[in-house]
Design a protein around this ligand. Structure first.
Ligand code: DGY
Length: 355
């Protein structure tokens, strides 16, 4: 009797397991717009028919527009334009999952109006991106890229008192524009360098948090005028588009260095060229540009006091795998009708499942 009961419990659990349930119905279809790190999609393959775009470059918009008509879930990257037309074409789309923390490439109001949850991958890339902002800051301050070129060109002849002089980091003032997770992680690193850390954000943070991080709030113009290093960690929106333009560079110190690991369009590239070439600021290091990739004929690339990297702020092996796994989990949840673990438009759940 006891045996019969435990077998029946086991059998009921077995039938209720998602594997049996899902395998017994036709699987939802998912399109993934690029190859992701190995293992990143395992969770998704278990419950959906997964098609992965195999090329190095993103799928053309027209192809994506066609694909989206036949899929239940889309896993996309920041290089895919997910606009009104595309979202409206996805008649059976249940979820959109982006493998990035930023999502300015997705028309969120349209997705929300259609009840489609959109996921992103915050947290796991905070430290990697803060580390990279620091790598750029230090490389620009101490002219690491120029020094490497100088050496390879055979120009190193002796130790010279004034060779490749840069700026001190310890004790300098660090201005952080945008004080979310990544901005705060950058601030913590700044405190470790014994810097004065200022931050500008639309919302003042809890003074206890400010104190624990060692950062002071500042008006934007004050931050620009007092900082030796200004680092951008704000998202791109109508308010932050070309937030850095001629007026802002005028306010910065001539010795200041600008770092951008957020979104390229927060900085007006023409104004940046004028500022760097005209000595309004001393240098800049960009991991993001407007447009991306930066055109090879951009005047910015003629400047010695600029470092550019190809949007690799979060590119550590561990971080990219975690981002892929979170993007897959978000999409898996969306396909099952569950709340996305990381949802950027939770309004879609108002009154519905998951509330
Ligand atoms: C993001 O996640 O938004 C970054 O730009 C890429 O990691």
């Amino acid at each position: 009797m006891k045996n019969a009961i435990s077998i029946s419990i086991w059998y009921n659990n077995f039938l209720a397991s998602p594997k049996v349930f899902l395998k017994s119905m036709s699987q939802p279809k998912v399109f993934v717009t690029r190859r992701l790190p190995d293992g990143g999609l395992d969770r998704l393959r278990f419950l959906a028919e997964v098609e992965v775009w195999p090329e190095r470059l993103p799928p053309p918009y027209e192809l994506l527009l066609e694909k989206v008509k036949h899929i239940d879930g889309l896993l996309c990257l920041l290089t895919d334009r997910i606009d009104r037309q595309l979202i409206e074409a996805g008649a059976s789309l249940k979820a959109i999952s982006q493998m990035a923390v930023g999502y300015d490439n997705i028309d969120i109001p349209v997705a929300t109006a259609r009840g489609i949850p959109v996921g992103n991958t915050p947290d796991v890339l905070t430290d990697a991106t803060a580390d990279f902002a620091w790598a750029l800051l230090m490389a620009a301050a101490r002219r690491v890229v120029e020094a490497d070129r100088f050496t390879r060109a055979g120009s190193w002849q002796t130790w010279e008192p004034d060779l490749l002089l840069g700026s001190s980091i310890a004790g300098a003032t660090l201005g952080i524009v945008g004080f979310g997770r990544i901005g705060q992680a950058v601030a913590r690193r700044g405190a470790g360098f014994n810097m004065r850390v200022l931050y500008f954000s639309r919302h003042r943070r809890d003074p206890a948090l400010e104190q624990s991080i060692g950062a002071e709030p500042a008006e934007f113009d004050v931050l620009l005028g007092e900082s030796d290093f200004v680092t951008i960690h704000t998202s791109l929106s109508e308010d932050t588009y070309h937030l850095f333009s001629d007026r802002q560079f005028e306010l910065m110190k001539p010795e200041a260095i600008l770092i951008n690991t957020a979104r390229g369009a927060v900085v007006d590239p023409d104004a940046l060229y004028r500022a760097l070439s005209g000595g309004k600021i001393a240098g800049a290091a960009l991991d993001v540009t407007e447009p991306e990739p930066i055109p090879l004929n951009s005047p910015l690339l003629t400047l010695k006091n600029l470092i550019v990297s190809p949007h690799i702020g979060s590119a550590s092996r561990q971080t990219r795998l975690q981002m892929a796994m979170i993007a897959a989990s978000n999409l898996a949840a969306g396909l099952k009708g569950d709340r996305l673990p990381y949802c950027v438009n939770p309004e879609v759940y108002a009154g519905g499942k998951g509330e």
